[in-house]
Design a protein around this ligand. Structure first.
Ligand code: GLV
Ligand code: MN
Ligand code: MN
Length: 424
């Protein structure tokens, strides 16, 4: 396929991509920082903007019942199979502007780059509703709906304000009884996702783009230490059952355990002490634990050891501990054919690709269960992510667009790709 877009056009379009990320960052639940969780009110504004950018391309955006925004750019004929390109539109608290969002905005820019040309496959742009797991503690709600594997029990899970997933869907104006209709039909050739790397590897290597071969597995848990609340002034130090002190001891042990296990990462990312007053010994502490490793065996062993350690720490201090698994996601290999095609496309765009494993979770790891999936990483300046300092360079966005256009052209000409028996 020829690539008629001039370098100058592409620079302007890359600038527009960044401006669109800026625009979406204004739709936030918090006044002075970006937080846009699953089906929160600002997600409506975000969807309106995305739909507005798709409309001039002849793509009419629709919502599925899981809150994913989806629009199909037609293929060469009405029976063309489809390629999905997307990422997520939800954010963590105090987020940067690019995690997930860049992938959706780049997908739209790629359609613009096609400039009306039709390929032997349709392209469905997907803005996933939920990938971070912030509101309900469980990530990938949006992508799970596309695989048809959204656990019905999940609909009963409640957020901090006791609103269930089902309520949230209804309050957003959607019909939870129609979630089954979000599942992919049998005509999807591939899922492609552009995403910032969120780490320092590409920058350290001086590479602009990476191709993801695999994503590490992850386990997410909530733990509770249960002790006895009591008066801080009258309770001697040897008569306390302090849940926060137990949690602190355990947290330091978690860090040490991860440091001593090659490539294991373990994070206590949130902690809440009750009742939460200066002059009350905390009687209950609730924490989160996130454990990741490329080997599922190493990860599950670490989780077992860390929960046993929580129990031992609690017992030693006259407390008890409880834990609840929210997510158990195995490591995922992405599609070897697509990885090779992406490497070609990156090279053809004048960059040296780098094959890498993603430590972050992505919608691609869920889609990969159903359809051949692949990811392209853009270098993250300073390796910073999940923070307002998250950034991306204009020249890397340009190269990502060039790679995307090349990749679509390669796939459009590949009998091996087009001849794939749709889904596995
Ligand atoms: C998603 O950002 C994750 O937690 O990996
Ligand atoms: Mn994220
Ligand atoms: Mn992300």
């Amino acid at each position: 396929m020829s690539v008629p877009t001039t370098i100058k056009d592409r620079t302007a379009r890359a600038r527009e991509v960044l401006a669109r990320c800026d625009a979406l960052a204004r739709f936030s639940e918090d006044a002075n920082s970006l937080r846009r969780t699953f089906l929160s009110p600002p997600m409506h504004n975000c969807h309106a903007a995305v739909a507005g950018w798709l409309k001039p391309l002849g793509v009419s955006a629709k919502m599925d019942a899981a809150g994913n925004i989806r629009g199909v750019y037609a293929g060469a004929d009405s029976v063309s199979p489809r390629v999905l390109i997307g990422s997520h539109l939800d954010t963590v608290p105090n987020a940067g502007k690019y995690d997930g969002i860049l992938g959706v905005v780049l997908a739209i820019a790629l359609l613009e780059e096609l400039d009306g040309r039709r390929l032997p496959f349709a392209i469905e742009v997907v803005g996933f509703s939920e990938e971070e797991g912030v509101r309900f503690g469980v990530p990938f709600i949006g992508s799970r709906a596309l695989t048809g594997r959204l656990d019905p029990e999940l609909l009963e899970r409640r957020d901090r304000n006791a609103i269930s997933v089902r309520d949230a869907i209804q309050q957003f104006g959607l019909d939870d009884r129609r979630i089954g209709e979000a599942a992919l039909a049998n005509d999807v050739l591939a899922y492609l996702e552009f995403h910032i790397e969120q780490g320092p590897v590409l920058e350290r290597l001086g590479r602009q783009l990476g191709v993801v071969e695999a994503l590490v597995g992850q386990t997410r848990l909530t733990l509770r230490f249960l002790g006895r609340a009591n008066h801080s002034g009258t309770t001697p130090m040897d008569a306390r059952r302090d849940a926060l002190a137990a949690a602190a001891e355990w947290m330091v042990a978690v860090e040490l355990h991860a440091k001593q296990t090659p490539d294991l990462v373990a994070t206590v990312g949130s902690i809440e002490a009750k009742p939460g007053a200066t002059n009350v010994i905390p009687g209950e502490v609730r924490l989160s634990l996130d454990v990741r490793h490329r080997s599922d065996e190493v990860r599950t062993r670490a989780v077992r050891e860390l929960t046993e350690l929580a129990e031992a720490t609690a017992t030693k201090r006259g407390l008890c501990s409880q834990w609840n698994t929210l997510l158990e996601q195995n490591a995922v290999q992405l599609d070897g054919f697509l990885v090779g095609q992406i490497e070609w496309a990156i090279r053809a765009s004048g960059c040296e690709p780098h094959r890498m494993t993603s430590g972050a979770g992505h919608d691609a790891m869920i889609l990969a269960e159903e359809v051949p999936s692949a990811m392209i990483f853009l270098r993250s300046p300073g390796g910073i992510s999940h923070d307002p300092a998250e950034a991306v360079l204009l020249e890397d966005v340009e190269k990502a667009m060039a790679t995307g256009v090349r990749l679509l052209g390669q796939l459009a000409l590949s009998q091996e790709f087009l001849g794939r028996k749709n889904r596995a």
